[in-house]
Design a protein around this ligand. Structure first.
Ligand code: ADP
Length: 174
């Protein structure tokens, strides 16, 4: 049905989702869908959470607004959650991981409030996102990659790019 795959790039805030998606989009031509931006631009929320400084997402409205774009393929879906997207939309789920001290530095540099910073460090330590991905999708499409250094990021990008090429060959659309 699609001639280009849909890939979720997920992980705790600060792991490098946006940076990976931007590089991958430049290299492969897949479209970077920043779900945070879509939530904000299309009003898929029920207001702003002051304590956590984030939008309270209306998942139904979000899925409605993605329904025309995602099923046709070629999307890099960038978000810190992954289990709400229908399985039939998704070909690969990449969960990025980082060490605690690296994550602390990145979130601190962003000026995260203490409660939000601690909550995200705990989530990363407790494998929240990888578990969520494994529960929501088949094991064989879930990949865990580390993103502590720019060398690791380069390796990740090369690996995902290769995967996309192979997917296209396998689906007769290269
Ligand atoms: P996310 O989208 O997951 O919140 P970002 O892509 O915005 O994360 O990255 C957060 C910060 O960490 C940025 O300053 C980015 O340049 C840096 N960063 C991300 N991944 C890496 C990496 N693998 N090596 C070095 N710096 C990175």
């Amino acid at each position: 049905m699609r001639d280009s795959p849909n890939i979720i790039i997920t992980g705790t805030p600060g792991v490098g989702k946006t940076t990976h998606c931007e590089l991958l989009s430049q290299r492969t031509g897949l479209r970077h869908l920043s779900v945070n931006q879509i939530v904000k631009d299309k009003g898929c929320h029920e207001g702003w959470d002051e304590e956590y400084s984030c939008w309270i997402v209306d998942e139904d409205r979000l899925l409605d607004s993605l329904e025309d774009e995602v099923p046709t393929g070629g999307c890099l879906i960038d978000w810190h959650a992954c289990d709400l997207f229908p399985k039939r939309w998704i070909d690969l789920v990449v969960v990025l991981r980082v060490d605690s001290s690296t994550l602390y530095d990145r979130l601190n540099a962003r000026g995260y409030p203490e409660a939000k910073l601690q909550e995200n460090l705990d989530a990363e330590l407790m494998d929240v996102l990888i578990q969520e991905a494994r529960e929501a999708y088949d094991d064989e499409i879930v990949v865990e990659l580390t993103s502590n250094t720019s060398e690791e990021m380069e390796e990740n990008i090369d690996r995902i790019e290769e995967w996309i090429k192979r997917w296209k060959l396998d689906h007769g659309s290269s």
